[in-house]
Design a protein around this ligand. Structure first.
Ligand SMILES: Nc1nc2c(ncn2[C@@H]2O[C@H](COP(=O)(O)OP(=O)(O)O)[C@@H](O)[C@H]2O)c(=O)[nH]1
Ligand SMILES: [Mg+2]
Length: 210
């Protein structure tokens, strides 16, 4: 896929204020600092589109970016921000869960995992929740340039193995580096394929007209 345009559309804290679900969209989510903003910018080749920030947990909004005037990248707030209060974490959960569970045009959740780490409980729990809800998702392993390919492969194998404790098979995965642009063609190809068969879902117009 050739990227011709990528534009910020809106930031929302309410599901009812989102753009109507008439275009295919892909939600990017992961722990704070996993490399989400860097990955989004790398995919669309626009440096400042999703802000890369050194302050984890800062983005508390659902951000929509329109790509090639046909599909959305959705940047979701990072989970597992250690310093957030319990009630703030609960709010986060509710808001994101409602979005993920109810968004008619959501095609796939891109779950970002730091390829340098052993399987993390919070990532596995989130994948398990997606599985329970029957939401389609893939794993995107980030920052692969930070260690040897062998180490990356070992951590991926461990993560996939941990997933088999509660899934019959591990989902599709991508290995990425925003520094080296690794995985870009693969992810854009994956998205392009889904976009080709997208049909506007039925939705409640009232819900999006507030
Ligand atoms: N070497 C390397 N560093 C990365 C990569 N992706 C992100 N980073 C760095 O990791 C930090 C967090 O990245 P950011 O995109 O802001 O993460 P976010 O909090 O998930 O949006 C920043 O210092 C980035 O420069 C990558 O692929 N390779
Ligand atoms: Mg970010």
């Amino acid at each position: 896929m050739i990227i011709k345009s990528a534009d910020f559309i809106c930031s929302n804290t309410q599901v009812s204020k989102l753009p109507p679900p008439t275009r295919p969209e892909y939600a990017f989510i992961g722990r704070s600092n996993v490399g989400k903003s860097s990955l989004i910018n790398m995919l669309v080749q626009k440096k400042g589109l999703a802000k890369t920030s050194q302050t984890p947990g800062k983005t508390q909004l659902i951000n929509h970016f329109l790509v090639n005037e046909t599909w959305y990248i959705v940047d979701l707030p990072g989970y597992g921000y250690a310093r957030a209060s319990k009630s703030k974490k609960a709010d986060w959960n509710k808001f994101i869960q409602t979005y993920l569970d109810k968004r008619e045009s959501l095609q796939c959740v891109m779950v970002l995992i730091d390829s340098r780490l052993e399987p993390q409980k919070i990532d596995l729990e989130f994948c398990s929740w997606l599985g329970e809800k029957g939401l389609p998702f893939v794993l995107v392993f980030t920052k692969a340039d930070k260690q040897s390919n062998l180490k990356t492969d070992q951590n991926i194998a461990k993560f996939r193995k941990a997933m088999l404790a509660f899934f019959e098979e591990a989902p599709q995965h991508f290995v990425t580096s925003s520094e080296l642009h690794t995985g870009r063609d693969e992810i854009l190809g994956f998205i392009g394929n889904i976009n080709n068969s997208f049909e506007i879902p039925e939705f409640d117009e009232e819900r999006y007209s507030k």
